[in-house]
Design a protein around this ligand. Sequence first.
Ligand code: SF4
Length: 344
Amino acid sequence: MISGRAKDTIPPAELNLTGDEQRAMDAGPRPPFRMTRHWFSLLNGDADDPLRRQVIPGTAESIRVAGELSDPLGEEFHSPLPRLIHRYTDRALVVITGRCALYCRHCFRRRLTGDNFGDITDKQFEAISIWLAENKAVKEVLLSGGDPLTLNDRRLLKIIDRFRSTRPDIVLRLATRMPIVDPGRITRSLVRGLGRRRPLWVVIQANHPRELSTEALRSIDSIQRRGIPVINQAVLLRGVNDDVEILEKLSRALVSAGVKPYYLFQGDPAEGTNHFRLPLDEARRLTEELRSRVSGLAMPVFAVDLPGGGGKVPLGADHVLGRTDDGWKLRTPDGREGIYPDPS
Ligand code: SF4
């Protein structure tokens, strides 16, 4: 069932590991280590390369701090069926597989990402299809994981077709890092198959502008040419993109590629990810600085997921300063103030 390309990974011996990385590797990291050849080709050789940091484990992952959780979004509590997560009335998420082409050190779903969790079975997706037929309030289904594109085309399209036959009205979102981490997986036959199964959105995750390589941009373009919109969900990560210049470059490169920067997430308190997270006030300052530099099109929604599954909270600065006799006093992201009169 697995796509052959997902096996095309870099052995740690090729990585010239630092002592810290080697110790983390020897300890058996979770999620396990895996890096694609394409990602390897993007590394710049620096020990603190933002792309290296995202994929090669360090010993900081073994540190546990108060408030960290193995399941920070409380997905297990919102799971009416195996592999089905239902946290919002109109959306449901299906964990298609636990496998990814590479494993991100910041992954919030690290409790299950890895080869051991396996792929969804026929029985499981049949049960979810029946559930979807009964739960008409669900209008969007997120196919997630792990990375659903580690399944081969036949298997993935079969799952999509089964959900579609149950609920022809449903909008699908396919969450995948594959266009970024292994662009060669985005073949002509795959995009042709996906294009026939619209309405479908592809949600990628690029966290740093260097991830948008020529090959990645070509794979994104091939998806878009089939009429499939592509949006990006980034994670704010210490040592990766905690710099307004980097965030601005990322947003501009995405918009140039026709990809809407959709969300920028504050890191979830997943176990072993403390070193990646920024204090919230620092994160807000950074994103407000970004907001003052880029258009609304290029500005992602900065949000945090409430631990335990409470939902997403947008965290923009408050631009409403208060009410005056003449109307509402408002402030633009770059600091200009004005009055907006209410209708009389
Ligand atoms: S690709 Fe997604 S699911 Fe896989 S390790 Fe990275 S963040 Fe987690």
